[in-house]
Design a binder for this molecule. Sequence first.
Ligand SMILES: [Zn+2]
Length: 195
Amino acid sequence: MTAHDHDDALDCGTTIDQLSDYLDRDRTPRDPHIESCPDCLNALEALERVGRLSRDLIDADAAELPAPPESWFERIFTSIQEELRAGRSLPISHPDPRVQITVTEGAVRALLRDSGDAIDGVFISRTEIVGDAETLGAPVEINLTASVRFGTSIQHLTDELREVAYAALAKHTDLNVVAVNISVEDIHTDIKDVS
Ligand SMILES: [Zn+2]
């Protein structure tokens, strides 16, 4: 029994293992809880994305490049599991002071992940909201860790990622974002650069 076993469960009690088995069975027989639970559906989508990425990499690179190390996938799974927790409640401003609207930190981190992954050649491996995000107007910084496809322009992709992150946050949150920090880790870091 390790802490890891416990951490694998979503807030609703479903474990990542159960979801992963469910995906392997092509979502049959249909599980009414999973198919109607926002936490489970969010996790399923994340698992599917990682699975798709690994298949893409294997398809594209089987000839020349080794598959990413297991530890890389584990890191991404850990990060996604963190995001699936609701986390802090981030306030959204509303003209009526009696109305309090919040969005969960987990939802915003998932939004950042989705926005980044939508850029061709980018795969978000970690998201972080740093600062007093629970106070409306307080400055926060966003930290994103991304893998970029081997051979792409890192400068170009990070510029695009930063732009997309700012736009998504401005559209869906009231966070006072003072910086979007991006660190890039190449998926294929274990390849020797022959240039
Ligand atoms: Zn669930």
